[in-house]
Design a binder for this molecule. Structure first.
Ligand code: C2O
Ligand code: CU
Ligand code: CU
Length: 482
């Protein structure tokens, strides 16, 4: 394989050291700590009070923040890279532009994205999908567009015509998505719009994208992928690619933009003091109204947009973001004592037009670990056809082997009801969604309408091992007859 590497380059900023294999030949920027999203603050590595649930404060590592870049004229290079994920040990990961997670893409509604391309420097085929972006088929990163090692894929120009939200990007080659995501290939893709801007939500250092995932390491400390048909689960949590991270925070309200970037693991997120989050958005952007919750269930590919009031966090005090299911301490907030911003009041956020009067009902049974409606995925088979502009009722059921986080490309949906199992729609499932969790015994009904692009798109389980084994379906969106 054409893996050209130079010696690790040592980069240091604000005490944060990260190693990256920078390839001069590719012109790839080495990963480095970027400071725009990290508030200034004293180093509290020794002064911190171990927080509720968070021991070992002094051994935690600064949270990594990828650079923020425009997707226009961007070349993303997927390649093996050596990085310090915290604690000084170097790990071999697969990364976009030597950054793990990859650079955070940022664009505005109305932008025209041109000159975006993928360079594949892996030893296997790949293609990058922009999860949640409503783009034409040839720019969607469908597995039919996978490219071989050494090749590059130029994404045809597309325009951004959708609400502000936190989306993300990750590989989508058939049967290889699980390995490539587990090895590190993923990044955030933030879309902004004027509706969101008018709310004056916390921004700059006070808006923090957090990609939460699990990982597994071999004896040498390199990331490894150990697929299991029930779904890969690693034994080490990573937030923004950092082991045991902490973030210095001022006395202020923070906007935490969470993405579950795991292959299969589901998180039950809560704060160590049991205090509330203000939930303001999810996969599809802002909810109609803010709602206070004390825990959130996030399955692979789901997002949650949260306001957390840290204005009461004194200098040296800590608060932990935890996963109640695994009992993991995910991210420690360390108070700097600086600032005194009062709380932000948000209630009404956005107007969400409900879909009405579906004219077609389709049922999708997620069977075993590899089938939808009894069939495994075939790259060149179209399983059903959907006309543009038609509101449809899609009903997801399972015959065992759940959880199945069900994801649809090319349109967002509205969750109408869940029967069986947990038997309710949760606050984070309101508004618009592109992924919904189907647990054993559950039937989930969503309404959906494809409004933008004709073409071949995907419905699949976002437990990546299920996806790779074939729990995926092609459908064709057709333009209305004229
Ligand atoms: Cu996030 Cu078809 O995937
Ligand atoms: Cu997607
Ligand atoms: Cu599944």
């Amino acid at each position: 394989m054409s893996e050209t590497r130079s010696d690790p380059v040592r980069l240091s900023r604000r005490g944060f050291v990260r190693f990256a294999a920078a390839s001069a030949a590719s012109g790839v920027l080495a990963a480095c700590e970027q400071d725009t999203l990290v508030p200034e603050g004293p180093d509290l590595a020794r002064g911190g009070i171990p927080g509720g649930g968070g021991g070992g404060a002094s051994s935690r590592n600064p949270l990594y923040m990828p650079n923020t870049v425009s997707p226009s004229s961007l070349t993303l290079t997927a390649a093996p890279t050596d990085l310090d994920l915290g604690g000084g040990r170097i790990s071999r990961v697969w990364a976009y532009n030597s950054s793990f997670p990859g650079p955070t893409l940022l664009a505005n509604r109305g932008d025209v994205i041109s000159g975006l391309s993928l360079q594949n420097r892996l030893s296997q085929e790949s293609i990058t999908h922009w999860h949640g972006m409503i783009v034409p088929q040839a720019s969607d990163g469908h597995p039919m567009h996978a490219i071989g090692p050494g090749a590059s894929y130029p994404y045809p120009t597309f325009s951004i015509n959708q609400r502000a939200t936190l989306n993300w990007y990750h590989p989508h080659p058939h049967m290889l998505a699980g390995e490539q995501v587990a090895m590190g290939l993923a990044g955030a893709f933030i879309v902004r719009d004027s509706e969101e801007a008018a709310l004056g939500l916390p921004s700059g250092a006070y808006e923090v994208p957090l990609i939460i995932r699990d990982a597994s390491f071999d004896k040498a400390g390199n990331m490894q992928y150990k697929p299991r048909s029930g779904g890969f689960e690693g034994n080490t949590p990573l937030v923004n690619g950092t082991r045991d991270p902490y973030l210095n925070v001022n006395r202020a309200v923070y906007r935490l933009r969470l993405l579950n970037g795991s292959n299969a693991r589901i998180y039950r997120l809560a704060l160590s003091d049991g205090g509330p989050f203000t939930l303001i958005g999810n996969d599809g952007g802002l909810l109609a109204t803010a709602i206070s919750v004390t825990e959130i269930t996030l399955s692979p590919a789901e997002r949650a947009d949260l306001l957390v009031d840290l204005s009461g966090l004194a200098s040296g005090a800590t608060l932990m973001l935890r996963d109640l299911d695994a009992g993991w301490d995910l991210l420690e907030f360390r108070g700097t004592g600086q600032g005194s911003a009062g709380g932000i009041t948000v209630s009404s956020l956005s107007s969400i037009t409900p879909l009405v009067a579906p004219v077609v009902t389709r049922e999708f049974s997620f069977d075993g670990m590899s089938k939808i409606n009894g069939r495994e995925y075939a790259l060149d088979r179209i399983d059903f056809t959907v006309p543009l502009g038609q509101t449809e009722r899609w009903i997801f059921t399972t015959r065992g082997n759940a959880p199945h986080p069900v994801h649809v490309h090319a349109a967002y949906f509205q969750v109408q009801r869940r029967t069986g199992g947990r038997g309710q729609i949760f606050p984070w499932e309101r508004g618009w969604k592109d992924t919904v969790l189907l647990e054993d015994g559950e039937t989930v009904e969503v309404w959906i309408r494809f409004d933008q692009h004709p073409g071949v798109f995907l419905l699949h389980c976002h437990k990546l091992e299920h996806e790779d084994m074939g729990m995926m379906s092609n459908f064709l969106v057709t333009a209305p007859a004229t």
